[in-house]
Design a protein around this ligand. Structure first.
Ligand code: NDP
Length: 503
C-alpha cells in the first residue's frame, strides 16, 4: 500500500516535489506525511504483520516470488523512475534493479532454511533436555533509505525483513520518493495486502517513523543522521540497524594486474558519480608499481565523462548540497599541496562533477579523512603492504575495501578491519546475496543480506524440552549434597584439564 494522499484531516496538507537532477524539472509531487499519518501506517502494518507472520515460510516465499516476478517484468519502468529521480544512467539503474531482484529471490528462498526451528546440542550437564532455537519475526520494521541506490540499498532491508515474516513501513529519501511509492504499489498489486507500505516526506517523516512504535528501525544514510535515528529510537528502546557512510580503500600490491586494478579503481571511484557508500575513495599503491599504476589510472579516468547526455558513463550529483562538500575536499587537498592529475577545482560544476584524481595530498586533508561522495579518488604511494594495511585501518569509517594482488590478496584482505573486502575486484561482495553487508565504526553496525541479514530482522526464541528425568536434579530446592558433589566431579572431568600444557 502506498500513501500518496495527505491525511484527510489536514487542512492544505503539505507536499514536496522530487526533481530531475539532470534538468531541475519536477518529476512528481508527493505528500509530506505527518506523524499521525506515519502512526496510522504502522497500525495498518501491525495488522498486516499478524497475517504475514502467521504464514509458513513457503507461503511467504510464493508471495514474495509473485512480487519479484512483477518487479522483473516491469523492471524498465522501475529503472525509468530511478533514472528520473537520481539522474543515473539507464544501464546503472537496470544493474541496480537486477541486483535487488536477485537479493529478493535469495531472501525468499533461504528464509526457511536459516530461520526455522533447529535442534542444537544440549551438552552433558543438560543431557536430558532437547534444545531448539528458532528465529521469529519482530513484527513491524521501519526502513529509512538513502537516494544514491534507492532500490538496491533499502531492498537489502525490505526483502530480508519481509522474508523473515515482518511487515515493513518504508520512508525513502526525499530525493527518491517515487521509487519507494513504486515498490509499495507493486507489492500490493502482487500480494494484495499492505505488508509493505511507503510513507513520503522530509527528515521529519523519518524521525516520526523512529518514534511510531516499530519493532526495529533499519537506517541507511549518513553517519550524522544515523546518530539522530539512534537517539530517537533509544527513547523507546527500539533496536536499530545502521548502514552509514564509508571511506573505502583500494590496495594495489607490487604483483597486481595493474590494468585490472586501474579499471577497478576508476569504476569504483566514479560509478554512480561516486555516490556509493562502498565506493573507492582512497588508493594505496606499492612504491614499485606506483608510477605505472598512475599512468594507467589517469588514462582510464580521462575516458569517463559526466553529462546530461544519456550516453555519458556518469550522471549528475543527485543532492545539490553534496557539490559543496566535493568542492571543499578538492580545494582543501590542493591548498595543502596536493596535485590533481585529472580534474581538479574546475571539475565541480553546477550539477555535474568530472572525475578527479588527487596525489601528494597530506594525510590530514578531508580528501583522506571524510566521505567525499563524488567521482574523486586520492592516491598515495606506500613502501609495503604493512603500511597499506595500517593506513586502510586508520579510518574512522570501516565499510568495504578492495585488494589487487596476484599472490597475496587473501592474506592482505584478512588483515583489514572492515566489514567487506573484494580481492581482485571492486564492490563484488554486494552482489553475492549469501554474504552479509555492513560495516563497523562510523560506517554503522548490523548486517543486511545473507543469513545474518535474515537474523537481523528476527529474534531468537530458545526452547528446552525435558526428554527424561535428570540424572542430577539441579534446578530444584530438593537438590542433594550428593548431586552437588557429582556435579563438581562432572565439571572437573569435563573442564578441569585444560591449560596444563601452557605452564
Ligand atoms: P541522509 O543521512 O541525509 O538521509 C538518509 C535518510 O534519512 C533519508 O531518507 C532522510 O530523509 C532520512 N532522515 C533525515 N533526517 C532524519 C531524521 N532526523 N530522522 C530520521 N530520518 C531522517 O543520507 P543520504 O540520503 O544523503 O544518503 C547518503 C549517505 O548514505 C552517505 O553517507 C552514504 O555513504 C550512505 N549510504 C550507506 C550505505 C550503506 O549500506 N552503508 C548505502 C548507501 C548509502 P530525507 O532525504 O527526506 O531528508
Amino acid at each position: 500500500m502506498t500513501i500518496t494522499e495527505p491525511s484527510p484531516t489536514a487542512a492544505a496538507a503539505p507536499t514536496f516535489d522530487s526533481l530531475n537532477p539532470r534538468t531541475g524539472e519536477v518529476v512528481a509531487t508527493h505528500a509530506v506525511h505527518s506523524e499521525a499519518d506515519v502512526r496510522a501506517a504502522v497500525a495498518r502494518a501491525r495488522e498486516a504483520a499478524s497475517w504475514w507472520g502467521a504464514l509458513t515460510f513457503a507461503e511467504r516465499a510464493s508471495r514474495l516470488d509473485a512480487w519479484k516476478a512483477l518487479v522483473t517484468r516491469r523492471v524498465a519502468d522501475l529503472a525509468a523512475v530511478m533514472e528520473a529521480e537520481t539522474g543515473k544512467p539507464h544501464g546503472d539503474a537496470m544493474l541496480e534493479s537486477a541486483l535487488a531482484i536477485d537479493h529478493l529471490a535469495w531472501a525468499a528462498k533461504h528464509a526457511g532454511k536459516v530461520l526455522k526451528r533447529k535442534r542444537v546440542p544440549s551438552g552433558l550437564v543438560m543431557a536430558n533436555q532437547k534444545a531448539t532455537v528458532e528465529y521469529r519475526p519482530l513484527g513491524v520494521v521501519g526502513v529509512i533509505g538513502p537516494w544514491n541506490y534507492p532500490v538496491f540499498t533499502p531492498m537489502g532491508s525490505i526483502a530480508y525483513a519481509l522474508a523473515a515474516g515482518n511487515a515493513v513501513v518504508f520512508k525513502p529519501s526525499e530525493y527518491t520518493p517515487g521509487v519507494g511509492v513504486w515498490l509499495a504499489e507493486t507489492f500490493v498489486e502482487a500480494v494484495g495486502r499492505p505488508v509493505l507500505q511507503t510513507v513520503t516526506g522530509l527528515g521529519e517523516t523519518g524521525a516520526a517513523l523512529c518514534r511510531a512504535g516499530v519493532d526495529k528501525l533499519a537506517f541507511t544514510g549518513s553517519t550524522a543522521t544515523g546518530k539522530k535515528v539512534m537517539a530517537a529510537c533509544a527513547e523507546s528502546l527500539t533496536p536499530v540497524l545502521i548502514e552509514a557512510g564509508g571511506k573505502d580503500a583500494l590496495i594495489v600490491d607490487e604483483d597486481a594486474d595493474l590494468a585490472a586494478a586501474a579499471d577497478g579503481a576508476v569504476w569504483g571511484a566514479c560509478a554512480n558519480a561516486g555516490q556509493t557508500c562502498a565506493g573507492v575513495e582512497r588508493v594505496y599503491v606499492h612504491e614499485r608499481v606506483y608510477d605505472a599504476f598512475l599512468g594507467q589510472v589517469v588514462a582510464k579516468a580521462q575516458q569517463v565523462h559526466a553529462d546530461a547526455d544519456a550516453s555519458a558513463q556518469i550522471g549528475p550529483i543527485t543532492m545539490p548540497g553534496q557539490l559543496d562538500i566535493i568542492r571543499r575536499h578538492i580545494d582543501d587537498a590542493l591548498a595543502k599541496g596536493g596535485r590533481a592529475l585529472v580534474g581538479g577545482a574546475e571539475a565541480v560544476g553546477d550539477r555535474f562533477v568530472q572525475p578527479t584524481i588527487l596525489v601528494d595530498v597530506p594525510e590530514d586533508s578531508s580528501a583522506w579523512t571524510e566521505e567525499t561522495f563524488g567521482p574523486t579518488m586520492t592516491i598515495a604511494k606506500v613502501k609495503d603492504m604493512d603500511e597499506a594495511v595500517a593506513k586502510t585501518n586508520s579510518s574512522r569509517y570501516a565499510l568495504g575495501s578492495a585488494v589487487f594482488s596476484k599472490s597475496n590478496g587473501m592474506r592482505i584482505a584478512e588483515r583489514l578491519r572492515v566489514g567487506m573486502t573484494s580481492v581482485n575486484g571492486v564492490i563484488t561482495f554486494a552482489g553475492v546475496p549469501s554474504l552479509p553487508f555492513g560495516g563497523i565504526g562510523d560506517s554503522g553496525f548490523g548486517r543486511i543480506h545473507g543469513p545474518d541479514g535474515l537474523k537481523e530482522f528476527s529474534y531468537a526464541h530458545a526452547i528446552t524440552r525435558q526428554r527424561f528425568k535428570p540424572l542430577l536434579a539441579l534446578t530444584t530446592f530438593e537438590r542433594t549434597e550428593k548431586a552437588e558433589d557429582q556435579l563438581g566431579k562432572l565439571i572437573t572431568m569435563l573442564h578441569g584439564r585444560g591449560g596444563d600444557k601452557r605452564r
